[in-house]
Design a protein around this ligand. Structure first.
Ligand code: ADE
Length: 317
């Protein structure tokens, strides 16, 4: 007999118990979870130094391990202010392009659920497809395009784990309206380093990576209605919604995806370009990982202010 590759409720329970038994009484049952995206792990440094507990993913049973540069993998459980209820941070997220299955990379979300998490804030770095977006802007996700999922490669494929949720979950309400409203309110109030930075709302297209998109792929995604493109977040959101966790997802625009076909339009062949044109055509808008990490560092402080204020509000509601 062969059976589908399944991480069951039992596995999630083992991971949950492993974590819970290490936590002191004041760090038990965090209700708020935060998944920190590329270059945004500094968010976890907003917790107080005591009480605080860190657990490397490598120590937790069945947890997938992150390998990509800039994504150290650990859980940080702590409090934002003295005597407050705890929050749990995932610092270092697991990506599909590292070779994990969707099931394995979303396993931590189910463990967070068992720990007590009912609200999840997810951050990521993404490429901007909407021409109104600038590098360094923030985008609240209001919807997504799960291209892999539509084609059959989906995190909930396989036997449904009834302990977590239903076989056919709706995703039309995946992006919590109330939390998005709160985020806009907070955005108007927090001090920001850059006055020009904007908070948008947009639709995120999930792609497998690890290569960045070609120009034609960027145009396709834009034509399909995407404002952003990225290699994370959507699998976690689907699994979080399946088990009834409220979700707010926030992207940092780290580069602008290139929508123009080439320097002179679709019908330009490189045989018609001079050497300088050619060099420019190649360099224009070429995405690279260093660029993604760098704009992450610069915007992280504003993101931190926004999320901090938001966390405080969510926790008092
Ligand atoms: N992450 C950051 N920028 C990206 C891009 N252009 N495409 C996919 N993922 C990204």
């Amino acid at each position: 007999h062969s059976s589908p590759d399944t991480l069951s409720f039992k596995h999630a329970n083992e991971a949950h118990h492993f974590i819970a038994k290490q936590l002191s009484a004041e760090l038990q049952s965090p209700r708020l979870g935060i998944i920190c995206g590329s270059g945004l792990g500094g968010l976890a440094e907003t917790v107080l130094s005591n009480p605080r507990h860190e657990i490397p993913y490598s120590a937790i049973p069945h947890f997938p391990l992150s390998s990509v540069h800039g994504h150290a993998g650990k859980l940080v459980i702590g409090v934002l202010r003295p005597d407050e209820s705890p929050v749990v941070f995932m610092v270092g997220r697991i990506h599909y392009y590292e070779g994990h299955s969707f099931q394995s990379l979303t396993f931590p979300v189910r463990v967070l659920k068992l720990l007590g998490v009912d609200t999840l804030l997810i951050t990521n770095a993404a490429g901007g497809l909407n021409p109104r977006y600038s590098i360094g802007d923030f985008v609240l996700l209001k919807d997504h395009l799960n291209l892999a999922g539509l084609a059959g490669n989906h995190p909930l494929r396989g036997p449904n784990l009834e302990d977590f949720g239903v076989r056919f979950p709706a995703l039309s309400d995946a992006y919590d309206l109330h939390l998005r409203r709160r985020a806009h309110e907070v955005w108007r109030q927090v001090d920001r380093h850059s006055d020009s930075r904007q908070l948008h709302e947009g639709t995120y297209a999930f792609v497998g990576g690890p290569s960045y998109e070609t120009r034609a792929e960027c145009r396709m995604l834009r034509n399909l209605g995407a404002d952003l493109v990225g290699m994370s977040t959507v699998p976690e959101i689907i699994v979080a919604r399946h088990c009834g966790i409220r979700v707010l997802a926030l992207s940092l625009v780290t580069n602008n995806a290139v929508l123009e076909p080439g320097l002179r339009g679709d019908d330009t062949s490189i045989k018609d370009l001079g050497r300088e044109d050619l060099t420019r055509a190649i360099a224009t808008g070429k995405a690279n990982h260093e660029e993604v990490l760098k704009s992450g560092e610069e915007a992280a402080k504003d993101l931190q202010s926004l999320l901090n204020a938001l966390m405080v509000i969510i926790k008092t509601e």
